[in-house]
Design a protein around this ligand. Structure first.
Ligand SMILES: [Ca+2]
Ligand SMILES: [Ca+2]
Ligand SMILES: [Ca+2]
Length: 375
């Protein structure tokens, strides 16, 4: 109960008027009592009381008779402006007494946070917001919070990590220090919320580039996600695509073409996020080839020199590793270069067969020969 006592001088038929405003207490539909000191004028026979929600504009008029107080029915938490006038036998109102104002008692106004959705096992912070029409300190309550969440009553902050999926109906309360309170109910769903992209690892083969002589490669790996891996797929930059078998542990048999195959493996989650890892596979499916281009492209050559520089080219689907030569007279050597190679070879009098051999990265070989006759 709050009481304001204001003394004001009112000219005219009222000499001194005392206005006492008594607030309604906890009731939401409250009352406001206006009281005044009686006029000392012998011509005053009664009083009129006035009430409004803006200064100087009175929307409620009441005949108080010859009483010195009047009780209005008012809304809670509202600012009112009040005055009083006296009248004589003819009922004509005298001048208004100086206006007084007061805010009626009211509960805090609690903002409904609306329907909330939070991720299970994810940190939550939500603030309840309220204001009190009288400026009273507000404390909060909440019943039915999702498991794992707690409310700080003085601040209205709800924090924690929800542990259990489900739909919850929360009854929130804001109370002032005088026992007035208001409630708001809202729905709070704790759901699986996909926030992270999947992870993907290729566990076999472990080397990249990986060399094989097969027309397909078996690739295996793992994948993970905060919610779930929905699939793992692959593409070969040289052509072809497909779906791996399995998700968190997956495998795929990927067809290859000769040479370098750029493979990409992609894990996908339910939210459509993807993560891709690559693997390069060299498929050696063919033997290397080699040609002699100098001093002749023919299979025989005549010379008077004791030494010849023989040149040529070599090729392979994955790569030429070495080019070596030998002669029928027992000389051997390694050529300089690979795909373009040369060798300086001594020759004795007579006919000698020169043979050059290319070896690829998986040990397949190819060869070419030249019959050299020295005069
Ligand atoms: Ca209040
Ligand atoms: Ca995810
Ligand atoms: Ca090869």
């Amino acid at each position: 109960m709050h009481r304001y006592r204001l003394y004001r001088y009112a000219p005219g038929v009222l000499s001194f008027i005392c206005l006492c405003l008594v607030h309604a207490s906890a009731a939401l539909a409250g009352t406001l009592t206006l009281a005044w000191d009686p006029s000392t004028s012998t011509t005053v026979t009664g009083y009129y009381a006035y009430l409004g929600t803006s200064s100087g504009t009175y929307t409620v008029f009441a005949d108080a008779g010859n009483a010195t107080s009047y009780t209005f029915t008012v809304e809670p938490g509202t600012r009112y402006f009040l005055s009083v006038s006296a009248h004589g036998d003819d009922g004509s109102p005298g001048p208004l007494a100086p206006e007084v104002t007061a805010v009626t008692e009211g509960a805090p106004v609690l903002l409904n946070p609306g329907t909330l959705t939070s991720g299970v096992n994810t940190t939550v912070r939500v603030s309840l917001l309220a204001s009190d029409p009288n400026g009273d300190q507000v404390t909060f309550g909440a019943a039915g919070l999702p498991f794992g969440l707690t409310l700080d009553a003085p601040s209205g902050v709800i924090t924690g990590i929800p542990t259990t999926l489900g739909s919850y109906t929360v009854a929130a309360t804001a109370s002032d220090s005088k026992g007035n309170s208001s409630q708001q109910a809202f729905a709070w769903t704790i759901a699986v919320v996909d926030t992270l992209a999947p992870t993907l690892a290729i566990t076999s083969p472990v080397t990249s580039p990986f060399l094989t002589t097969s027309t397909q490669v078996s690739v295996a790996g793992t994948a993970g996600d905060d919610v779930g891996v929905t699939g793992v797929s692959w593409t070969n930059a040289r052509g072809g695509s497909g779906t791996a078998t399995g998700t968190t542990a997956w495998s795929a048999a990927v067809p290859l073409v000769g040479g370098s195959n750029g493979l990409a493996f992609t894990a996908r989650d339910a939210a459509g996020r993807t993560t891709t890892r690559t693997l390069t596979v060299s498929a050696d499916l063919a033997a290397p080839t080699i040609r002699i281009t100098s001093p002749t492209t023919s299979t025989s050559y005549r010379t008077s020199s004791s030494s010849l520089t023989i040149r040529g080219s070599a090729a392979d689907d994955t790569g030429v590793r070495t080019v070596t030569w030998r002669t029928s007279s027992g000389r051997t050597g390694t050529a300089t270069g690979t795909t373009s190679w040369s060798a300086s070879v001594p020759f004795g009098i007579g006919t000698t067969t020169f043979a050059v051999t290319v070896t690829d990265s998986v040990g397949r070989t190819g060869s070419a020969t030249l019959s050299v006759t020295r005069r």
